[in-house]
Design a protein around this ligand. Structure first.
Ligand code: GLN
Length: 242
């Protein structure tokens, strides 16, 4: 049988790649490889056109306000195709600036950056940045989700389902109590760090969704030795939550 293979699209890594967001792609690739599956990375650089029909997973990373302003021009050109991909169950991981740009708008101090409007949410910038370790409890995973946040934007998610409840840290906004959004096969989150190597359960969740969409059947992912990640997760939980 031919090896199963997923195509991972990295959107605008020349503008959106803060705090090692690229590590999320390495994590997808390694966890496929360790299970005898293949992957390819298709980097879509600014000015290039993304062909969503060729993609099984899309990563939209974080960026500074300046980079977000620049990337918005390119994103708006692929808005309809991106939305159609999401509505069709395409897998997306959007981190921080990428998360904000999936929403309707990001209002900074002096301008409104138009987002894709794929998620019905809004972000408002404030001068005081939220910089903190963060621990969440998500209904999707048995283990807590751990990471690091660093954002000026506060995201108001309206009726959307959050990724998790904040046990330590800030999340969507201080006092909001929740972090991120889950919509269809999209996970959008403020967690850098990067998110997936620290949280293999999140990685496998997205891989399963992408494999099912591509191959039309549930593909069981063999367990891997995640003892190191589990130990680190427990340590962080103990330190920050108690
Ligand atoms: N520029 C955005 C903010 O400060 C996103 C930052 C990021 O991606 N880390 O909220």
């Amino acid at each position: 049988m031919e090896k199963r293979k997923l195509a991972i699209g990295h959107l605008y890594p020349d503008l959106l790649n803060l705090y090692g967001d690229r590590g999320n792609i390495q994590c997808f690739r390694k966890r496929l490889e360790w299970r005898g599956m293949d992957s390819e990375v298709i980097s879509v650089l600014s000015g290039e056109q993304a062909d969503f029909s060729k993609l099984d997973i899309v990563l939209l990373g974080g960026g500074s306000d300046r980079e977000q302003r620049l990337v918005c021009e390119y994103l708006l050109k692929i808005k309809d195709e991106f939305k159609a991909y999401v509505e069709d169950g395409g897998v997306v991981l959007a981190v921080c600036g990428g998360y904000q740009l999936l929403g309707r708008s990001y209002k900074t101090n002096d301008e409104v950056i138009e987002g894709l409007g794929i998620l019905d949410l809004e972000t408002q910038w404030q001068a005081e940045r939220l910089v903190e370790n963060i621990v969440l409890k998500s209904d999707l995973f048995s283990m807590p989700v751990v990471g690091f946040e660093n954002h000026g934007g506060r995201t108001y998610i309206g009726e959307h389902t959050p990724l998790g409840k904040v046990l330590f840290g800030n999340g969507n906004a201080e006092g909001a109590g929740y972090e991120g959004v889950v919509y269809k096969n999209v996970i959008a989150s403020y967690l850098h760090g990067p998110l997936l190597p620290k949280n293999p359960q999140v990685c496998d969740y997205l891989l399963s969704k992408a494999l099912k969409r591509k191959y039309g059947e549930e593909i069981a992912l063999e367990p891997l030795d995640d003892s190191l990640e589990k130990a680190a997760n427990e340590e962080l939980y103990k330190r920050f939550v108690g």
